[in-house]
Design a protein around this ligand. Structure first.
Ligand SMILES: Nc1ncnc2c1ncn2[C@@H]1O[C@H](COP(=O)(O)OP(=O)(O)OP(=O)(O)O)[C@@H](O)[C@H]1O
Ligand SMILES: [Mg+2]
Length: 409
């Protein structure tokens, strides 16, 4: 747990990258491996810690979000990927190319064709039309004028700005200007998009639209996107994985759910405390173990001790395939303690099963959990019982105080 930075198909690898700004970065470097804080290193050496031994891998075709307080090193990190910044130590690999060792031509090629960047304040040229702004990167890359315009037009359509191509940036709203910036980054056809707080200047509704548009584009284009944001809701909405930086160090890297459920330290905890957990957490995280019995085995003699010994509130009846067929609440066991075995075989005397798959968002399962008399069964693709979500376990998961996860429903 904690910093989980490895993935199966990395497109970008950051290997123990450190960056110090100041008079003598090399001299200050050894201090990064000590307990000295960023402030102490500054005081002692006059060097500012930008990044500190950061290692992470970014999967191809994913949206990777970088978060952290102002000054935590987000821009410094992302700018290493196209070598706008050179590391003091460490390696950056893009498709296994060592970016730091690239000669000038190869670096130019990387920036023009393989990695493009979308800036926070759109970075548009005011005296050029939308079309010319979008075609700019292509023109730099040596594409002929008419072909550049044609490719630019395709991207303008893609971001929904057809009809605005002859306008100038000042004639567009902020959201539209941001889409021009996005179209420009898309036009070069680079596989990697770096987006440094690209949506931060937009008002909330337009921002929400842009997030949706980015997700839609991404499902089409399958780029590798590195996206910086201050906004946790934005990070959770668009990020496949999220990295959280603190004073240049990587505090945690994982899926939104991992970070919410298992924040690595107090810094991460403070980041996630105000989030709407129900929208992120899956049923799997709220599921608890269940006591089971097979239909053949049900009898009062068997159920009562099972419930007593394991502290379960309910017993699920499962068939030979492991699929739940009914639920017996403990109250019913107590009430019908002396009942004939046949009593339990009568479907009228057991509760019906409601089931959900483990990857269901908890918020989407809540009405089932609330309405169902018995805990809701969590089942795999074959319908086999994995666990169950009770009202209590759902509430605890939402509140972020899961309690002992071995407690049965
Ligand atoms: N060119 C530079 N010269 C000196 N220090 C720098 C330089 N660039 C960044 N820093 C320092 O490195 C640290 C990380 O800065 P960075 O810009 O990466 O932060 P950030 O997380 O992007 O912050 P923000 O959210 O404000 O954009 C900060 O302490 C900053 O002062
Ligand atoms: Mg920044």
């Amino acid at each position: 747990m904690g910093v989980q930075a490895q993935v199966t198909n990395p497109k970008i690898k950051i290997e123990r990258v450190s960056k110090l700004f100041g008079p003598d970065p090399q001299a200050a470097l050894p201090l990064l491996d000590t307990a000295a804080t960023k402030a102490e290193i500054m005081e002692k050496t006059g060097n500012v810690v930008g990044l500190r031994n950061v290692s992470l891998e970014i999967a191809g075709g994913s949206i990777f979000v970088v978060m952290g307080l102002s000054g935590s090193g987000k821009s410094t990190l992302i700018r290493h990927i196209n070598r706008l910044i050179e590391p003091t130590a460490g390696r950056i690999l893009v498709d296994d190319t060592d970016v730091v060792s690239l000669a000038e031509n190869a670096l130019r090629d990387l920036r023009l064709h393989r990695v493009s960047m979308v800036f926070q304040n759109f970075g548009l040229l005011p005296n050029k039309s939308v079309l010319d702004n979008v075609a700019l990167g292509l023109r730099f890359a040596g594409t002929g004028n008419s072909q550049a315009r044609e490719l630019a037009m395709q991207q303008i359509e893609r971001v929904g700005l057809k009809g605005f191509e002859k306008q100038y940036p000042r004639q567009l709203s902020g959201g539209m200007q941001q889409r021009v910036g996005l179209a420009r980054a898309l036009a070069t056809n680079a596989e990697i998009l770096l987006m440094d707080e690209a949506f931060s200047a937009l008002d909330p509704l337009i921002r929400h639209d842009m997030q949706a548009q980015l997700l839609e584009l991404q499902s089409d284009l399958n780029k590798t996107i590195v996206f910086i944001t201050h906004d946790l809701d934005e990070a959770l909405r668009i990020g496949d994985r999220i990295a959280i930086l603190n004073d240049g160090s990587l505090s945690q890297c994982g899926t939104g759910e991992e970070i919410l459920l298992h924040p690595a330290d107090d810094y991460v905890k403070r980041f996630v405390q105000n989030v709407d957990r129900g929208r992120i957490i899956t049923v799997a995280a709220a599921a608890r173990p269940v006591a089971t019995t097979t239909s053949a085995e049900i009898s009062s003699d068997k159920i009562a001790p099972l419930v007593a010994a394991e502290g379960a509130q309910t017993v699920f009846i499962v068939n030979d395939a492991g699929q739940p067929t009914g639920v017996i609440p403990i109250t019913s066991v107590e009430h019908h303690a002396g009942a004939e075995d046949s009593f339990w075989h009568d479907p009228k005397n057991v509760l019906p099963v409601k089931s959900v798959s483990p990857d269901t968002i908890l918020a989407d399962a809540l009405s089932d959990v609330a309405e169902s008399e018995a805990p809701v069964a969590v089942v795999d693709e074959q319908g086999r019982l994995l666990g169950a979500v009770s009202r209590q376990s759902a509430l605890l998961a939402m509140a972020g105080t899961n309690g002992p996860s071995e407690d049965m429903v």
